[in-house]
Design a protein around this ligand. Structure first.
Ligand SMILES: N[C@@H](CCC(=O)N[C@@H](CS)C(=O)NCC(=O)O)C(=O)O
Length: 203
């Protein structure tokens, strides 16, 4: 099994999940200039990470990869608890983080891909940053009195950890969001997270 990623990007979520499975795998950091050209583009039509190669397939899209890993390694409980309700809750948060928060974050990272002109780009970055902050506030509120987004640790927690790292990098002020800070510290203390950071050259 081979995971293609960019250090610190959303592929870090899949990297943490792979560490949680305990299965052997190889992490390959894709050079930026190799992403939009063959052979990588043949596996990933958008030229984006993550890509998981396994058993003759090259799978893109975080959600598909995380579901695949969960099906292959049910003992790892990547979607959390033992009940359908708990797993649905983990999936709800995964959707929120992947489809809503991550998507808004891509406007913060690259407004120039979406609108033309410096003024429009500065404005879009500011609007997207405010939206991202609103969404972090929703997660912060949900985490009041709980350690994890669902009943127990899941891939949604790994996703929240990764986007929190982006917030730090982009200086989005989450200082008042103490539940999020505690969640970040909890994830940071996880040996699997530390192993993934080490392998990506982030520590
Ligand atoms: N919907 C995709 C989004 C993947 C994505 O946005 N990947 C980013 C890194 S977080 C990327 O590779 N960006 C490089 C680019 O688009 O040039 C997924 O969930 O896998």
């Amino acid at each position: 099994m081979k995971l293609h990623g960019l250090p610190g990007a959303c592929s870090l979520v899949d990297h943490i999940a792979l560490q949680w499975t305990g299965a052997p795998f190889e992490y390959v950091a894709v050079p930026r200039d190799a992403m939009k050209v063959a052979p990588f583009i043949n596996m990933s039509p958008l030229g984006a990470v993550p890509v998981l190669e396994d058993d003759g397939i090259a799978l893109t899209q975080n959600v598909a990869i995380l579901e695949y890993l969960s099906e292959k390694h049910p003992q790892a409980k990547l979607f959390g608890g033992d009940t359908a309700k708990a797993r649905a809750e983990a999936r709800r948060w995964l959707a929120f983080l992947n489809a809503d928060l991550h998507k808004a974050f891509s406007l913060v990272f690259g407004a120039a891909r979406w609108v033309e002109g410096q003024e429009a780009q500065t404005s879009l970055t500011a609007i997207a940053s405010a939206k991202v902050k609103e969404m972090f506030a929703i997660a912060n509120q949900h985490l009041a009195g709980r350690d994890w987004l669902s009943d127990s640790r899941s891939v949604a927690d790994a996703y929240l950890y990764v986007v929190m790292r982006w917030a730090v990098a982009k200086k989005i002020d989450l200082s008042g969001m103490t539940n999020l800070q505690a969640h970040f510290a909890r994830m940071q203390a996880d040996p699997a997270v530390q192993a993934a950071l080490q392998a990506e050259g982030l520590k």
